[in-house]
Design a protein around this ligand. Structure first.
Ligand code: PLP
Length: 417
């Protein structure tokens, strides 16, 4: 049986970007390397250069690369049964749903394949709830400016950033935007949108804005939102696609905010890099009926077995405690760098192992320059907007690896300063 360490590499030579671009649509600005293998928090490119991976497939490879438990599960499951259909009961899906329900505030789960698809499901569920329970003819979903919810038409509309929407009009009706962490703005929006047919039915937010610059939600804001939703019947939906599954040092991002959502969505880290998405809700708003929503691949035995292994490994390896400790260590290291370059670095912030280093607005330095220089030094990082460098390593990252990443970032910034 092949194991990741003796698997043949995809290519012995460095990958030729022009050849690649001849066949693949140019939707991404790519860095000029191709990765061929990984182990733990390390990855190797086609020229055998080693990198410390603090991107983890953008907060996705929860257990790093080639984790023995995940390898074992996916090899076994694909040899046994990988896909059937939701025409039949799928025991692995039931077991995963049970684990998620028993470890969260939710009562029910629906499985799909990505974050955008999970959020689409949440939008549909909220609209159906609005029509059938709240009796709103024209329901509005409030979302935040600088948010990110995915790339389908409904989720780019939910995403409160013009750059993702430009060129794709007409957008989906039924959304309105408020600044994040501003409770008064929510109250004003609800009041101003209220007509006889039209009303706010749901508020969709990230517990911490990931793509929008690693901006944590404020406790007071979410507490007041929760009270407002309880009072008005408006649904509170949290997009946990990036922060769920232990990344914040708690299993769910909402645990940092002292509240429970009515609905939340998962994807990225849920199966550690095997595609899966999930929509979870409390029983009172579980208004889907047979035929209302579906997904061919959603919740297949392969993806669910992988996700269940990620869930069990989080517990067995006590990874959430590691996230708390390594997160503290990383922020301390990055803040020491920030203290050396106050003219370049404005702030280091985050929860657990989702952290951002924000550059001074006045400084000409951009996040992409730091990411490129760090890559040359052997550390993979990812921007979260033009002025924030994001650090989202696998949750298994060791103390030595955090020290090494900090040392290399220090060197990268010194060379740019
Ligand atoms: C990545 C992300 C999404 C989109 O997930 P996809 O799997 O790329 O569709 C949605 N919401 C948040 C918060 C994300 O970080």
């Amino acid at each position: 049986m092949l194991t990741p360490t003796d698997a043949p590499p995809v290519s012995e030579k460095a990958y030729d970007p022009s050849e690649f671009n001849q066949y693949v649509m140019s939707t991404y600005g790519r860095f000029p390397i191709a990765l061929k293998q990984g182990k733990g928090c390390l990855v190797w490119d086609t020229q055998d250069r080693e990198y410390l991976d603090f991107v983890a497939g953008i907060a996705t490879c929860t257990l790093g690369h080639a984790h023995p438990a995940l390898v074992e599960t996916v090899v076994q499951q694909i040899s046994k049964l990988h896909h059937v259909s939701n025409l039949y009961y799928i025991p692995e899906q039931g077991a995963l749903a049970q684990w998620l329900v028993e470890h969260s505030c939710a009562d029910r789960a629906f499985f799909c394949n990505s974050g955008a698809e999970a959020n689409e499901g949440a939008i549909k569920l909220a609209r159906k709830y609005a029509h059938t329970v709240l009796q709103i003819e024209d329901p509005i979903i409030l979302t935040a400016k600088a948010s990110f919810h995915g790339r389908t038409l409904a989720t780019i509309t939910a995403t409160g950033q013009a750059k993702y929407q430009k060129g794709f009009s007409p957008l989906v009706p039924g959304f309105a935007y408020v600044p994040y962490n501003d409770f008064e703005a929510v109250k004003e929006a609800i009041a101003s949108l209220d007509t006889s047919e039209r009303r706010v039915a749901a508020i969709l937010l990230e517990p911490l804005q990931g793509e929008g610059g690693v901006r944590p939600g404020e406790l007071e804001y979410f507490l007041r939102l929760r009270q407002l939703c309880d009072r008005t019947g408006i649904l509170l939906i949290l997009d946990e696609v990036q922060v769920g599954m232990g990344r914040t040092g708690k299993l769910w991002g909402y645990e940092n905010l002292g509240i429970e959502p009515d609905i939340f969505t998962l994807a990225k880290g849920l199966a550690g890099g095997i595609p899966i998405g999930a929509l979870l809700c409390k029983q009172f708003c579980d208004v889907f009926e047979p035929g209302n929503h579906a997904s061919t691949f959603g919740g297949n035995p392969f993806a669910c077995a992988a996700a269940l292994t990620v869930c069990q490994t989080l517990e067995q390896e006590r990874l959430i405690q590691n996230v708390q400790e390594r997160g503290e260590q990383l922020r301390k290291g990055l803040r020491a760098i920030a203290a050396k370059y106050p003219q370049l670095i404005a702030e280091v912030r985050g929860w657990g192992l989702i952290n951002g280093m924000e550059l001074q607005a006045e400084s000409p330095l951009t996040s992409i320059e730091i990411v490129k220089t760090a890559m040359e030094q052997g550390v993979l990082l990812v921007p979260a907007g033009p002025k924030v460098v994001r650090f989202v390593p696998p949750l298994i990252v060791s103390a030595e690896e955090v020290d090494r990443a900090v040392a290399e970032v220090d060197k990268a910034i010194a060379s740019l300063a």
